[in-house]
Design a protein. Structure first.
Length: 366
């Protein structure tokens, strides 16, 4: 046996050992993500925030060579939305709504018997043409797909986009690691779904600290309000109030009382978390939307900052309107997006057909 042949075998063995060590290190990192996601489930994290945490954790596992896009759609596959729309601004409108998705993606979601799928050469495929401008910005080559149904039979679809790789070992390691994540995603999502269903069963109708409606009770009451609005051609305003810090129990109670004083009979108010409140109210006309926001803003500005210190960190108020947004989810997403568009320390924005404005004159002026 020649020296050259011995050296080649030694080098191959060293590469194999190095690859196994890399796989071990990746699995250790993945187990840490498992622990993180389970801890968030235990804390009953908001489903959208939970999915955003999943996206962030996957990004940390693949810091330089993976782009994650998460889509939601209804059971009929007619209404699609990008959850992390801020990462993919050119795929949809200002709220992440997507008018069309690649046919192969829709076909995969419509075929639940297929656990996973990989679409290759997406940068040149005809059915991915509408997305190619966006994908071209990241030198995307392939897309791995996994889709999981939630408790309402809507679909969460994870699109994991990968670039081309220069070396064979780099490609082999990447897709091995990606396969581990693909098999973990369904259990992460199903854990969240089961926890949400359990919470809805176990929670009381009102929060013990604030006396406000629990989120699931708010949702049921809002569904009834929306049914009446459709029947009697009424308008609704949906408001999200975001504070930058989580409030202590006493502050949370004061904040709740302040917001409750802005309501009329039959209006709805709930705290989604310690720093997020949602409100729903009937309004007579479109111009009442900014009036509602100003009323909430004025009430919060009058509060004593010594009693409610979280207000000093800033308050963002977002308003969405029905029938411009047709259901609970769309109203919520639109109002949160409007609140996140606020640039002042304390301020509000109205979402109106994808624009975030302070008044309707501003919307019509463009």
């Amino acid at each position: 046996m020649g020296f050259m042949e011995i050296d080649t075998k030694d080098e191959t063995s060293q590469e194999a050992v190095h690859e196994l060590l890399m796989q071990r290190d990746f699995l250790l990192q993945l187990r840490k993500v498992d622990q993180l996601m389970l801890s968030q489930v235990a804390c009953s994290m908001n489903p959208i925030a939970y999915v955003e945490q999943m996206i962030g954790s996957i990004g940390e596992l693949f810091p330089n060579n993976l782009k994650v896009c998460v889509l939601t759609c209804d059971q009929e596959l007619t209404q699609w939305r990008v959850i992390n729309y801020q990462d993919w601004p050119s795929l949809g409108d200002a709220l992440g709504n997507v008018s069309r998705v690649p046919q192969s993606l829709a076909t995969f979601v419509a075929s639940p018997s297929r656990a996973f799928a990989r679409e290759s050469n997406v940068a040149t495929r005809a059915d991915w043409e509408r997305w190619q401008e966006c994908l071209g910005d990241y030198s995307i080559d392939s897309c791995d797909l996994v889709s999981i149904q939630d408790g309402q039979k809507n679909w969460f679809t994870f699109c994991l986009f990968s670039p081309k790789f220069v070396t064979e070992i780099e490609q082999r390691m990447h897709y091995w690691a990606l396969e581990q994540v693909l098999h973990s995603l369904p259990s992460w999502v199903k854990s969240m779904v089961i926890r949400c269903q359990t919470d809805a069963t176990l929670q009381q109708h009102t929060n013990a600290v604030t006396g406000l409606l629990q989120p699931h009770s708010f949702a049921k009451a809002l569904d009834m309000m929306l049914r009446d609005a459709r029947r009697y051609f009424q308008r609704l305003a949906f408001v999200s109030v975001l504070v930058n810090e989580e409030a202590e129990e006493d502050e949370l109670k004061l904040l709740s009382d302040i917001l409750r004083d802005t309501l009329r009979d039959n209006d709805l108010l709930a705290n989604v978390s310690d720093h997020e409140f949602v409100m729903a109210m009937r309004i007579s006309q479109l111009d009442d939307g900014p009036v509602v926001a100003q009323k909430v803003q004025s009430a919060l500005l009058k509060a004593d900052p010594n009693q409610v210190s979280v207000l000093s960190g800033g308050v963002k108020i977002g308003v969405a309107l029905y029938p411009e947004q047709a259901n609970h989810d769309k109203l919520y997403f639109a109002s949160v997006a409007a609140a996140n568009a606020v640039t002042e320390s304390v301020g509000f924005r109205l979402e109106y057909y994808g624009k975030f404005v302070k008044d309707l004159d501003e919307a019509y002026g463009d």
